[in-house]
Write a protein that binds this ligand. Structure first.
Ligand SMILES: [Zn+2]
Length: 240
């Protein structure tokens, strides 16, 4: 389904949807429909939108924000050791939202990083939502241009911990000999389902590869695809 709704409007609706504030995608009129339970006739309005012309956006839960806080702590842990400890503690104790906010607000730089992280997570959440609901937007401004580059053997730089990583066994014929791996480099992290879907399309159309693995943690994300010389299967078990 293709909709003429700006991405930012969908993202904002996902952020603001709650049990009192209902946001629905009006598929026919290409707009977002809002019903507040503060309105007197909201029950009647809710009944009117209970049909296939509308997609309701699920209410945002505290656990959604909690997950974002956790992923932020994980992200900054290497650069801000002491603060990370405190943030961990704050998330485990009572009133995690308030305590987290207090700690974040003590440091301007961290505060900026937190807002940037939260904004990014919301973009990913909205892109996942579009993917799950099979919605394509005419507005493509939010979609990064994805470039996948095949690497020459000498140019493959795996993160240190992946030093011995490679193909072990063909899952189809159990062959272990002569398994060859191709490496590809991604220009953007595969951080949401829409980007993953686009990567899948490019891998298939450009390189005729349907099965591949991800290696993260390096400067750039790497895709790997191994093939069995005996049976030509690309269903290969890779390990250390
Ligand atoms: Zn095989």
């Amino acid at each position: 389904m293709k909709l003429r709704i700006p991405f930012d409007e969908i993202k904002d609706a996902i952020e603001q949807a709650s049990y009192e504030h209902h946001y629905l995608i009006d598929k026919k009129n290409h707009q977002i429909f809002f019903i507040s339970e503060l309105e007197n006739d909201y029950e009647k309005k809710l009944e009117e939108v209970e049909n296939d012309n509308f997609i309701a956006i699920e209410p945002r839960m505290p656990k959604d924000d909690f997950r974002t806080m956790e992923s932020f702590v994980y992200k900054i842990q290497e650069d801000y050791f002491e603060l990370t400890e405190k943030l961990h503690e704050a998330l485990e104790k009572g009133k995690p939202f308030r305590n987290f906010k207090e700690l974040i607000n003590q440091n301007h730089e961290i505060r900026e990083k937190w807002f940037a992280h939260r904004a990014k997570e919301l973009v990913n959440e909205a892109m996942n939502w579009l993917c799950i609901n099979n919605i394509e937007l005419e507005d493509k401004s939010f979609m990064p241009k994805i470039v996948i580059k095949k690497l020459k053997a000498d140019d493959v730089k795996l993160p240190e911990e992946f030093g011995d990583f490679g193909p072990i066994e063909c899952m189809k014929c159990k062959n272990k000999e002569g398994l060859k791996t191709k490496y590809f480099e991604l220009n953007v992290p595969a951080e949401n389902m829409l980007i993953e879907k686009e990567i899948k399309r490019i891998m298939k159309e450009t390189f005729e590869i349907e099965s591949y693995g991800h290696i993260g943690g390096g400067e750039k994300e790497i895709l790997t695809s191994s093939e069995c010389p005996k049976c030509k299967s690309t269903d290969i078990f890779e390990d250390f």
